[in-house]
Design a binder for this molecule. Structure first.
Ligand code: ADP
Ligand code: MG
Length: 244
């Protein structure tokens, strides 16, 4: 049996009295692309945020690449290098150029020289089609361009897994494709990805699995062919009807 890259075992999360993740167990293998869908408030973002400890779980175990996600600071710093995250709102540093945004963490955390960090950053910018924009500031870029830079910035830490939380939801429609194309290329290259999205075309084409979240539970976990054909769960049918 292959050892999973990420193991989530009987994990619970409460906000006050709200039980937002209810005894979740699943695992993700290296190279897998998992797509998470589900209604607003079903716990999708909370799960992603727990994987890089932006949010703590209340019980259960999360292990990523043999590192337990807990309060141990050594675990935390190792984890931050293994898990990259791309947000809906890009979150680039506004006062830094594209190149500075990408090289900051590799220089600080991976201790790369400025020269080496620049070389790697330019390669990543080429990969996301943004090489010509290295010296620009975020405000001078479109949303789609900013999100491609954010992906390059996440990749610069050489993470084992990339988490995407609705990466195209804040974009104008004409910019969605350029970001999804970069994500598809990453998936093809073998990157492990967990992607929260409503882009069902992407889910169908690129996803190895689709997980449907419903009120803090994983209500279904199936390959796309199975998930989209003859869907018998009425709550999933309703959800799919609403987003299409
Ligand atoms: P999704 O990403 O699926 O829309 P979230 O994970 O953001 O859902 O939220 C799950 C539930 O937890 C929602 O009911 C939300 O209101 C609640 N929640 C999320 N973050 C917080 C927080 N920091 N404090 C209190 N409640 C929160
Ligand atoms: Mg969310």
């Amino acid at each position: 049996m292959i050892k999973p890259l990420i193991t989530i075992d009987h994990v619970n999360k409460y906000f006050g009295s709200a039980h937002v993740l209810q005894n979740i167990s699943t695992h993700f293998n290296a190279g897998e692309v998992a797509v998470i869908i589900g209604a607003s408030g079903s716990g999708k973002s909370t799960l992603l945020r727990m994987l890089n400890r932006m949010e703590r779980h209340d019980s259960g175990t999360i292990i990523i690449n043999d590192i337990e996600v807990d309060d141990d600071l050594r675990h935390l710093s190792a984890l931050r290098a293994e898990v990259g995250m791309v947000f809906q709102q890009f979150n680039l540093f506004p006062h830094m150029t594209v190149l500075e945004n990408i090289t900051l963490a590799p220089r600080r955390v991976r201790k790369l020289s400025k020269e080496q960090a620049n070389i790697e950053a330019l390669q990543l910018l080429e990969r996301v089609g943004m090489l010509d924009h290295a010296s620009k500031y975020p405000f001078a870029l479109s949303g789609g361009q900013q999100q491609r830079v954010a992906i390059a910035r996440a990749l610069a830490m050489k993470p084992e897994v990339l988490l995407f939380d609705e990466p195209t939801s804040a974009l104008d429609p004409e910019m969605v494709k350029e970001v999804l194309d970069v994500m598809k290329e990453l998936a093809k290259s073998g990157m492990t990805m967990i992607v929260v999205t409503h882009e069902m075309g992407f889910a169908r084409e690129v996803g190895d699995r689709i997980l449907f979240f419903d009120q803090g539970c994983i209500a279904q976990d199936a390959p796309p062919e199975q998930f989209f054909s003859a869907q018998e769960n009425p709550r999933i049918r309703t959800f799919l009807g609403q987003i299409n």
